[in-house]
Unconditional design. Sequence first.
Length: 213
Amino acid sequence: MHRKEFRIHLPAIAPELGRIVQVAYIVDDIDEAIERWHTQYATGPFLVARDTTPFVNARYRGQPSEVMVLDLAFAYVGDLQIELIALKNDVPSMYKEVLDRGQVDLQHYGVCVEDFAAAVAYYRENGFQLVVASGAEGVAQMHYAEAVNFDKNVFGEDEKQYMRTPEGYGIVLEVIADNAMTRPYFDGIKQRVASIPSGQRIQEFQLSELAAS
């Protein structure tokens, strides 16, 4: 099979929302998705965390979140992190919402911001609504906010279409506080992906290893 080079246009985003560092996709099965990305786009290797529960002190749509179990896979295209997400249990969650409406594709852009409070105020004023809040205030905060008002736009002047997913639903922004607590997460994943031996497609790990490194 002829492999296509993986290309994605990253829309320009408002400076109040930092920079896009990650593009995340919902998949049905993590191993099938890795095989597909490798075969079709020559993407990989992938760092894989199975049956992981990454959310800490999380609230989903204003209520304490039940524990989500996920398989996660990470790869890099240049400096851009590709995240594949497979939901493993059936508790109410933003990922179950996505699957229930038949959306298996691009789900969110991850952005890192230095001024988290200012970024939250900005996304609320510009068409986004909080879905999930995770972490500890002032330490390692993370919000998932979904576009709900398409008269607004946080992307470039001619890129309003990126407020929606390919299926027409509101795009989600994962807004991450960029600080000494969160940088090791991204830096650690990138370093581990880069260290996977040539020819090896998958390396398994535990997310808890990042905190220890």
